[in-house]
Design a protein around this ligand. Structure first.
Ligand code: AGP
Length: 609
């Protein structure tokens, strides 16, 4: 999922574009490029395979006298990560250039037609088709040519177009992929997310599907595909939403792990009413009457957010009388599920832009379900298309491997469970004890973070292994899945998360002295069962590193190494148990010299299906 950034103003465009690319790089880092209209040389394009730094190095001595430009950082979908396939792409005349985030599904048909019409293609990308299509329709009216080209495109796009002869304006189009306009004083910006712009302005306009914006330095016009003017609201970002620096940490991921006491507090700030043993979620109030009557909730999401959903199932089963399903969003839309107005579909997403989750939500909406969201990015598409929802208020998460958002999602799922549960069978006492336990969690996380040096020491010891099994039971089965994903994502080590009870039905065959097991075995109601599974591993010479509580002496004695975490109530223990495993993955990846914030082949927000 690529990142686009555009500028039109009085400043030198290249430094603004490069800063934007650096802030968008977590969206894709296969190649990067920019195009500006230089006052003497006209349209110039610079692009390079690899990270933004490579582009910076290759263009460092080129000073362009330009105050308007577009730039792109790429996550390859069509065509390998090469300089040729890097954006921007130009047409045959070399006067039109485009950058694009998304996928043109009918690009091969269009390309065939354009080749027949005499166009000459240079790259293997779907995007280059757009430049030639605009060229095909261009008769000195760029807006009209873009409109006609867009009519022919199937797929998703956050698109920016520039023409060498149109020196004062850019054309920006959105369908599916996120695009935000940034309103400055005498200057205008556009980008795939607010991070790229928040150091220049906090006034943001979220373009909607099929919006086409004509952007000049001191004005903008938003139209629909019938050229009718569209009014769009300007949103003012607050401090939390604008902060994107490492605050002295070596990596964003480590910073975000250490931000969890604060991000967990933010997740329940002003949302707990101890005296009534209940939670209060303003974002759900508009639909509360309908939510009280809901008989089924389907949680939909992807990746780490999916594992939060799996935890959510246990929470809702434990706290409410509602039927719960948890579905992978990328599978959901093809399922024949019974969905009606008594069903709520709750999407969980950090970015609020994940294409699979968006498509699943649209399917649920079509079937008349109440569609809700737990989202971190304010103003994102999922936040805007749902009937109601809850923001994480955790601030930007830049590290591609999600950490603070996972624990924040677990907290918010708990708040929703308490909210609904207290309208059903959940008693005041049960609600109040859960609220009390939740309030203690930030301090308990601080205690765990203090053990980071010990975790680093143990991680170094295990960093030589190439295979890991993570096991957990009940509430900690999702913890095992999420912890394994963290290690896979940033260290490229083969790691499998498994329900501990399943191990003897197959994966135990993998166990030997070179295949350590991470056992998530807190002192809870399934401890005895976990101990038997750990004995089965020890019996086969397997090493065990466990996450447990001081009181679980047998676990501590049986394990080769232990991460001791404070004890909370069983259902909230997964929020604490994941912390040392996030740090373990981080330190293993660091020991192996991996690019932790930008792991290979990944991107932070997956805006294509
Ligand atoms: C998690 O570390 C990954 N970045 C990825 O699995 C992510 O959770 C998934 O793409 C879902 O993203 P979302 O929460 O923004 O929808």
């Amino acid at each position: 999922m690529c990142g686009i950034v555009c500028y039109c103003g009085n400043r030198k465009a290249v430094p603004v574009l490069m800063e934007g690319l650096r802030r968008l790089e977590y969206r894709g880092y296969d190649s990067a490029g920019f195009a500006v209209i230089d006052n003497t040389q006209g349209l110039v394009v610079e692009k390079k395979k690899g990270k933004v730094n490579a582009l910076e190095q290759s263009s460092i001595n080129k000073h362009y006298d330009a105050s308007m430009g577009i730039a792109h950082t790429r996550w390859s979908t069509h065509g390998e990560p090469t300089t040729i396939n890097a954006h921007p792409h130009k047409d045959c005349t070399g006067k039109i250039c485009v950058i694009h985030n998304g996928i043109i599904e009918n690009y091969s048909i269009l390309k065939e037609e354009l080749v027949k019409a005499g166009h000459h293609f240079i790259s293997d990308t779907d995007t280059e088709v757009i430049a030639h299509l605009i060229e095909q329709y261009y008769k000195d009216d760029l807006e009209l040519a873009v409109l006609m080209a867009v009519e022919r495109l199937n797929g998703t796009f956050g698109l920016a177009v520039m023409h060498e002869d149109v020196k004062d304006s850019l054309i920006i189009v959105r369908r599916g992929s996120p695009v935000i306009l940034g309103v400055g004083d005498g200057e205008m910006f556009a980008a795939s997310d607010t991070n790229a712009l928040s150091n220049y302005t906090n006034r943001m306009i979220y373009l909607q599907d099929d919006d086409i914006a004509i952007v000049k330095k001191d004005s903008y016009l938003i139209k629909n595909l019938r050229s009718e003017i569209q009014e769009r609201e300007i949103h003012e970002l607050n401090e939390i939403e604008a902060d994107v620096d490492k605050a002295g940490f070596e990596h964003f991921m480590l910073k975000e792990i250490f931000e969890q006491p604060e991000s967990i507090k933010n997740a329940f700030r002003g949302r707990l009413i101890q005296s009534e043993g209940v939670s209060k979620l303003g974002g759900l109030e508009p639909v509360m009457e309908r939510l009280k009557k809901i008989r089924k909730i389907i949680l939909i999401s992807c990746g780490t957010s999916y594992y939060a959903g799996l935890f959510g199932r246990y929470i809702f089963e434990h706290l409410t009388d509602i039927n719960i399903d948890v579905e992978l969003a990328s599978e959901f839309r093809y399922r024949k599920l019974k969905i009606d107005e008594d069903t709520a579909v709750l999407a969980i997403s950090q970015s609020g832009e994940t294409a699979d989750t968006l498509a699943a939500l649209k399917e649920a909406k079509r079937k008349g379900a109440l569609i809700l969201g737990i989202v971190n990015v304010v103003g994102s598409t999922i936040a805007r298309i749902t009937d109601a929802g809850v923001y994480n208020f955790a601030g930007p998460e830049i590290g591609v491997a999600s950490t603070k958002i996972y624990t924040s999602q677990l907290v918010i799922l708990t708040l929703i469970g308490v909210l609904i549960g207290r309208y059903q069978g959940l008693s005041y006492i049960e609600g109040a004890s859960l609220v009390a336990a939740l309030k203690k969690v930030p301090k308990q996380v601080e205690e765990i973070l203090k053990t980071a040096p010990l975790i680093e020491k143990i991680a170094k010891k295990y960093s030589k292994f190439n295979d890991f099994l993570y096991i957990g039971r009940l509430y900690n089965y999702p913890t095992a899945l999420e912890a394994a994903l963290k290690l896979k994502e940033i260290s490229y080590i083969h790691a499998e998360g498994y329900a501990a009870g399943e191990m003897k039905h197959g994966p135990i065959s993998l166990i030997d002295k070179d295949f350590p097991t991470i056992a998530i075995a807190p002192d809870d109601l399934v401890l005895e069962k976990m101990l038997s599974n750990m004995q089965e591993i020890k019996a086969r010479g397997g090493m065990i590193l466990s996450v447990t509580n001081e009181s679980a002496k047998d676990v501590i004695d049986m394990s080769d190494d232990n991460f001791i975490v404070p004890k909370t109530i069983d259902i909230l223990q997964p929020i604490l148990n994941i912390i040392p495993l996030q740090l373990f993955a981080y330190y293993v990846a660091k020991e192996r010299g991996c690019d932790i914030d930008k792991p290979r082949n990944l991107a932070k927000s997956v805006t294509v299906e």
